[in-house]
Design a protein around this ligand. Structure first.
Ligand code: GLU
Length: 288
């Protein structure tokens, strides 16, 4: 095995897997086999309100049914919260994080920009609060999330790199973007790094885990293309290695809509019960 190369499939255990997940997992796994690389499954379960052990078990069962094998033990993000806390403290030390007291309603009302690829971009309301106001509100016990100041983060990352920040795309973005692409996260708004309940958000946990697990190739759907812009900034400011990205096409259902858990797409588990085989799945996904 070429221990230098590694990729991963990183499901959130908040539902059963569907064909879109099968495509993502099989694409990463097939790449790992072809390149003699490590293949890692990572359980992204920091959101305790939505994650359930039974979904994790069913997801791993589906992956095994599809014929995949992976390194054990599987890393569960909920067991490594201390690692992410250290990353958060580093970002705070760099002055890149600020408290945000806004409610969802405040954000929806203040939003001037049209919906971006990641939903309504945060309008930056709390970015400009004075240190005094922040301290007073925190002392008063006002609930607050922590947000990344993306413009400052990008500026620091560019200074650290000595030139414009880019990432390597071996697949393609939603508009066919490929090759060495410029990083431009600012239109997506200052992302939440720690939620009001203290849970470290996806963007920070994922970059830290990719580095900790030695992931060299990130193979995932185009729905996460925009997250890559934010993640590249985090990688540079946290001094983490640069992975190569491969964003792949998204799998649509019969009506042309993208498959998603929230739309009740048919699950792999249902398909298995109906007698559909892993070979059928590969054929449906044009992987044969
Ligand atoms: N856990 C994320 C999801 O299920 C995927 C994270 C990633 O591939 O970077 O959408």
């Amino acid at each position: 095995m070429n221990a230098q190369l590694a990729t991963r499939f990183a499901p959130s255990p908040n539902g059963h897997l569907h064909l879109g997940h099968a495509f993502s997992a099989l694409t990463a796994w097939t790449w790992a086999r072809a390149n003699d690389a490590r293949f890692v499954v990572r359980i992204e379960d920091t959101d305790r309100t939505r994650s359930r052990p039974e979904f994790e078990a069913s997801q791993l069962e589906d992956l095994a049914w599809l014929g995949m094998t992976w390194e054990t033990p599987v890393r569960r993000q909920s067991e490594h919260l201390g690692d992410y806390q250290q990353g958060l403290e580093r970002l705070q030390g760099l002055g890149l994080v600020y408290p945000c007291f806004c409610s969802r309603k405040d954000i929806a009302q203040a939003a001037i920009a049209p919906h971006g690829p990641d939903g309504t971009p945060y309008p930056g309301t709390c970015r400009t609060l004075s240190a005094d106001v922040r301290a007073t509100r925190i002392a008063a016990g006002d609930a607050h999330a922590l947000r990344l100041d993306l413009a400052r983060g990008l500026d620091l990352a560019q200074r650290l790199k000595g030139n414009a920040l880019t990432f390597a795309e071996e697949g393609s973005g939603p508009e066919g973007e490929t090759g060495r692409l410029p990083v431009n996260p600012v239109p997506f708004g200052d992302t939440v790094i720690a939620r009001k309940d203290g849970v470290i958000a996806y963007q920070l946990a994922v970059v830290m885990d990719d580095a900790l697990q030695g992931i060299t190739h990130i193979i995932r759907g185009q729905d996460l293309f925009f997250a890559t812009h934010i993640q590249r900034v985090l990688q540079v400011v946290l001094d983490l290695p640069e992975p190569t990205y491969h964003h792949h096409r998204l799998i649509a259902d019969d009506t042309g809509e993208r498959l998603a858990k929230r739309r009740n797409s048919q699950t792999l588990r249902d398909m298995r019960m109906q007698g559909i085989t892993p070979t059928d799945i590969r054929q449906m996904l044009d992987l044969e």
